[in-house]
Design a protein around this ligand. Sequence first.
Ligand SMILES: Nc1ncnc2c1ncn2[C@@H]1O[C@H](COP(=O)(O)OP(=O)(O)O)[C@@H](O)[C@H]1O
Ligand SMILES: [Mg+2]
Length: 358
Amino acid sequence: MDARAKTGVSIRSATKRYGAVTALDDVSLDIAPGEFVSLLGPSGSGKTTLLGILGGFVQPSSGSVWVGERDITFAPPHKREIGIVFQNYALFPHMSVGENVAFSLRARREPKSTWAKRVADALAMVELKGYEDRGIHQLSGGQKQRVALARAIVFQPQLILMDEPLSALDKQLRETMQIELRRLHRQLGATIVNVTHDQREALTMSDRVAVLKDGRLVQIDTPERLYDRPCDAFVASFIGEATMLDVTRAGDDAVRLGDTILRTAHPLPRGEKLLLAVQTEKLVIDGDAGHANVNRLSCRVTEVLYQGESLRVFAALPDGTAISLRQPGSHEARKRIPAPGASMTVALDPQDTIVVSA
Ligand SMILES: Nc1ncnc2c1ncn2[C@@H]1O[C@H](COP(=O)(O)OP(=O)(O)O)[C@@H](O)[C@H]1O
Ligand SMILES: [Mg+2]
């Protein structure tokens, strides 16, 4: 038996219907042991339903769930050895921090003599060492979420499921927690499945991201692959900050945008209706002017928005089509931005020339 067969999780052709609504539509997914996978998609795309099928709270209408060689499709949640973290913490307000964390051990009938040390270890992991006797109401939002995490990891589950665990936190704390969750994942070695609607969070934390739309799994890939090689227009527009432009095929490795031919380093998708997905940071003002291989677009600056760490520049192609790009906020980079009304040339590397079918 290899490692995957021991602790990997597989979902095979899982479908979930609620009356006329298909919440999940024939989804298959193999998650390797120790992998951090995020389920990413807009509201209503089936993320929570898929997580529920993994956790045993939702029974699929058809399909199965496997942990290694074991079919757990109909196993109740408490028989699955899964740690769970929800968005709203679901802590017991009348219990202390320590009692909340120990609850997982009590529920699993672990020997009481082991509780104190295991609770202390779990709290140390989430950087709340010594918080055992605090009341839940004395904690900040971020601390509550860490207690919920400690409760999920205290019994050392192989699999941890998280449903939008950071979405109640403010931006700065969310970003700190993303980094901490990654660290914790490395430390624990557990498999983590995390639900989020925040593409940046998914890219930051995950080994692989599964993109869901209307109950279907659209693409599962590493963050880099997902960002650089989106499989369709939905993924391309959902990830990053892409402008989608109508283009037509111009040979095997090029497309036509207005009067301009753009070469791509990637195979073109099938079909005649194509879209160019241009991420804002991939367009370079006057970039590599002497470099023969880059694509160039002439345009006119229409607006420049100062956004602190970067600036967003809006521009119009000769036929009026709007594009936008990002420049870093450094003075050096800002000097390159022409004033509104002025024309400029922007470069796009063929590697960054991403074409998807419309
Ligand atoms: N218990 C339920 N009864 C009826 N419809 C449901 C139920 N749970 C989810 N749905 C529907 O299934 C779809 C997917 O929901 P969900 O998995 O919660 O999506 P997400 O977590 O991505 O927002 C939605 O259309 C939702 O309204
Ligand atoms: Mg949900």
